[in-house]
Design a protein around this ligand. Structure first.
Ligand SMILES: [Fe+2]
Length: 448
């Protein structure tokens, strides 16, 4: 039940992250702390799911609930995972009923506020021999790790930009090269992984998704590695210039004034300048991507380049996938759209906003139902597309996750699904299905 494990682990980690931040700010008895302890207590109930004992394991840059790996939460809570690793945590075993004091001590320990361990015995840290030493990294877990490395790279680059106005390009290039290699060998799994989203850290995850999708499409249409890797670097860094825009404007909920727009419109330029200043091989291509990512195919958009000279082809590629990932992500001001709707929007804007040839190539690569699409089947079951369809109209390679009776299956079931059995597409939040959770459960991701 990987999607269920994802939800349970996410609930626990979300609660733990909130409380570990809180304990650094307020003392134990403070109402804000108490409220966070209570919320974590509720999340822990979900995490335990009625079992007498559950262990969260941190191993090979991933979280495991008992022995089930949770790929999505491992990426979404990667900073927390790294903090836990720094604190020497390998396992957290919860034995209900969990005491509030233990929850507080756990969060204070994870947050580095205190070295005291939970003392009531309801939370046990680093119990010996709960990690399986035989666990070999699968191709899918290597892909996940390379995604995480790019995530770290953009996070570091952004904070370096804020602190000192510059960053090292080499770290980003190395990380993108790693992601390129793994995307090359498993493009379908890469597409499935690109469904990982984070509502709290939208910008970082969006940047990595734009990178992974650019690499996948670029490979398919035959872009050279020498161009594609720097373009991927540009894809990760395309919005880095936003650090020059004030957060009030970036997060402004209403309609922006002309003045505010002017400030927003400097971010492509600022990003390109920062990339050029970082220098190194491929920095010009990456800078072009950042500079041109809002310049439209028909010469509109910003900055005004020229009606005659279109943005570079790799910038046009990044624009297409940037839009796709933005539309399929949930934002504070609107819900996420399904993959098919996103492809339709791209098709509608082909020739004006976007390069029509690249839109077509992207749709061809993604297929009508791209990997990660959640489909309602005519018998009421729910299935997730896990592989690219090479031929138009060919049956889909899916994994059934919810049976016709509406119950989540313990073991997702690989199935071949004829297109005419698809009733509609569903959204992850509506049906409680997380496509990325399947990454490492389907024969190590090899099939996709
Ligand atoms: Fe942008």
């Amino acid at each position: 039940m990987s999607a269920a494990a994802e939800r349970q682990v996410s609930a626990f980690l979300g609660g733990l992250r909130r409380l570990s931040r809180q304990v650094g700010l307020y003392p134990e008895g403070h109402p804000a702390t108490q409220e966070a302890v209570e919320l974590l207590g509720e999340a822990v109930q979900e995490f335990l799911d009625g079992e007498p004992e559950v262990t969260l394991t941190i191993f090979q840059e991933a979280f495991f609930r008992n022995r089930v790996v949770v790929p999505h939460a491992s990426l979404e809570y990667r900073s927390l995972l790294q903090e836990m690793e720094q604190r020497g945590l390998e396992t957290i075993t919860l034995v209900p009923p969990i005491s509030a004091a233990d929850l507080f001590d756990l969060a204070a320990f994870v947050g580095g506020v205190s070295d005291d361990l939970p003392a009531d015995g309801t939370i046990v840290l680093n119990e010996p021999m709960t990690v399986d030493p035989e666990l070999d990294p699968t191709p899918a877990s290597k892909l996940r790790t390379s995604y995480g490395n790019v995530l770290d790279a953009i996070r570091h680059a952004s904070s370096a930009m804020v602190v000192r106005g510059s960053f090292e390009l080499g770290t980003v290039v190395d990380a993108v090269e790693g992601l390129f290699e793994h995307t090359l060998s498993h493009p379908g799994a890469a597409l499935l992984l690109s469904t990982v989203k984070s509502h709290d850290e939208y910008t970082f995850f969006h940047s990595v998704n734009v990178c992974i999708l650019s690499l996948a499409v670029g490979q398919m249409i035959g872009v050279d590695r020498d161009v594609l890797v720097p373009a991927g670097v540009g894809a990760v860094l395309h919005d880095i210039g936003k650090v020059a825009v004030s957060p009030e404007i970036l997060n402004y909920p209403g309609r922006l004034s002309a003045e505010q727009w002017k400030e927003i419109e400097i971010h492509p330029q600022e990003g390109a300048l920062a990339i050029l200043a970082a220098g190194g091989e491929g920095s010009e291509i990456a800078a072009n991507v950042a500079f041109e990512h809002h310049a439209r195919f028909d010469g509109e958009g910003y900055p005004r380049v020229s009606r005659v000279r279109r943005p570079h082809v790799y910038s046009r590629l990044v624009q297409v996938v940037d839009t796709y990932d933005a539309i399929t992500s949930r934002r504070a001001y609107r819900r996420a759209e399904g993959p098919s709707r996103a492809l339709q929007i791209l098709l509608d804007g082909a020739g004006s906003y976007w390069d029509p040839d690249l839109v077509r190539a992207f749709i061809q690569m993604m297929g009508v139902y791209p990997p990660g699409s959640i489909l309602r089947v005519d018998d009421g079951a729910i299935a997730v597309v896990v592989s690219r369809t090479e031929e138009p109209g060919a049956p889909l390679s899916v994994v059934t996750v919810v049976g016709p009776d509406g119950c989540h299956l313990d073991e997702p079931e690989p199935t071949i699904l004829p297109l005419d059995r698809v009733v509609r597409q569903e959204l992850p939040d509506d049906v409680g299905v997380d496509p990325a959770s399947l990454l490492e459960t389907i024969e190590g991701g090899l099939r996709v």
